[in-house]
Every structure is written in structure tokens, then in C-alpha cells.
Ligand binder design. Structure first.
Ligand SMILES: [Fe+2]
Length: 215
């Protein structure tokens, strides 16, 4: 039997697909006791996790369908490491809220966003499980710090606003997630960050350490 390395953090049990974890699950800047945190498990989606994250790294989609008004070009802030990629996003969303967030993809299936909505800090993380070939199931974990003297209801009201903003983005993305196909040779200069992500995925270590157990 193969035992996947596992750790519990942010209310989730994380398992690493390998003998030893190649990276740690990031910590949040505040302990959970100081925050109001919500967790939601979504229905399965007919798309693999790496493709969902490819959509995140397709920075052209920030303009269409999301209709962001960008303060600066997020392509200029792209970070590519061996086990994570990311960018900074400063923009006004449709309807007026302002995002100043750091977006990271850890591995090929963990969406990690921290930053501010209209100047107030929140986080939104979305690990995607793989319930079967060609499928994803997301867990949304999001929260905000309870500010000094603030009652929980006020923090919850802010989280409602953050959820509304994020779910509007998710609703924009959902119809296209199952339709994404890439054909080598067709990317343009405007797709340069997506191209860097695809190169990252190509190089990303892959393994099935449980194959002897599964077959
Ligand atoms: Fe999106």
C-alpha cells in the first residue's frame, strides 16, 4: 500500500501525489481564530484542474469576459517558479469593486489568492480535486480578518461582498471551462503568459506513486 504524504491546513486535508512533497502548502498571514472563514465544496466540473488554471493564467480573459479595468498590465508581474506560477492583479471589477490581489497557482491544481477588496484584506483559495479523468471538484475556502472591535456580522457582511465579486467571476468562467482546447503553434504575443504556464505544466514533475496499489 502507498501512503500519500498528507497535512491538514486551512480546514482541508492535502495529499501530495509523490513520495515527498515538493512544496509546502502556504500559510495565511493570520491565525484562523482571528478570521471568519467559510468553506464550500462545489459540484464536479467536466474539465481537468490544469486546464482550469490555464484559464486563470490566460490573462487576456481578464478583459473578456471579465471586463476588468486594469490599473497596470499583469503580464509585467508574472512569476514562474519550479512549483508555482502567479501574477499580481490591480483592477476595478465590473460594478465598481477594486481588487489588489496576488494570484498564485501552486502545483497545477491549487488556486491561491490573497489581497484586498476595496482596501480590505481577504483570501480566496480553491484547491481542485481530481475525482476522475477529465474532471475537477473545487473547494472554495475564503475568509477575512475580524477587525478590532468588529462584530462577526460585520465581517460576514464583508465576506458576502467578496463572495459576490468572486462568484461573478466564476459565473463568467464556468461556461467556457469545458470548451478549452489548445493547438500547438497558435498562440500569439498576447498569449505570452499562457504560453509560460503551458511550458511550466510540461516541465512539472508527474508521477503515479500508487500505481502498484491501483492496478
Ligand atoms: Fe476568470
Amino acid at each position: 500500500m502507498f501512503r500519500f504524504p498528507a497535512v491538514e491546513r486551512h480546514g482541508i486535508v492535502w495529499a501530495f501525489n509523490g513520495e515527498e512533497p515538493l512544496f509546502d502548502i502556504p500559510h495565511l498571514p493570520y491565525p484562523e481564530e482571528e478570521m471568519v472563514v467559510r468553506r464550500t465544496v462545489l459540484k464536479e466540473m467536466p474539465v481537468e484542474p490544469w486546464l482550469v488554471q490555464a484559464h486563470t493564467m490566460d490573462l487576456q480573459h481578464l478583459s473578456l469576459p471579465h471586463d476588468f479595468t486594469l490599473d497596470e498590465d499583469p503580464n509585467d508581474s508574472v512569476r514562474v517558479g519550479p512549483y508555482s506560477v502567479g501574477f499580481d492583479l490591480r483592477a476595478r471589477l465590473r460594478g465598481g469593486p477594486h481588487f489588489d490581489v496576488r494570484v498564485d497557482i501552486h502545483g497545477t491544481n491549487i488556486f491561491w489568492q490573497t489581497g484586498t477588496l476595496d482596501g480590505r484584506w481577504f483570501f480566496w483559495i480553491a484547491p481542485l480535486a481530481i475525482p476522475g479523468p477529465g474532471r475537477s471538484r473545487a473547494t472554495f475556502v475564503y475568509g477575512a480578518r475580524r477587525e478590532d472591535g468588529e462584530d462577526t456580522a460585520a465581517t460576514e457582511a464583508f465576506l458576502d461582498r467578496a463572495r459576490t465579486a468572486m462568484m461573478a467571476l466564476f459565473d463568467d468562467d464556468t461556461p467556457v471551462l469545458g470548451t478549452i482546447r489548445f493547438r500547438p503553434g497558435l498562440l500569439t504575443h498576447s498569449d505570452r503568459t499562457l504560453a509560460r504556464y503551458l511550458e511550466y505544466v510540461r516541465k512539472y514533475p508527474r508521477d503515479n506513486p500508487a500505481r502498484a496499489f491501483l492496478t
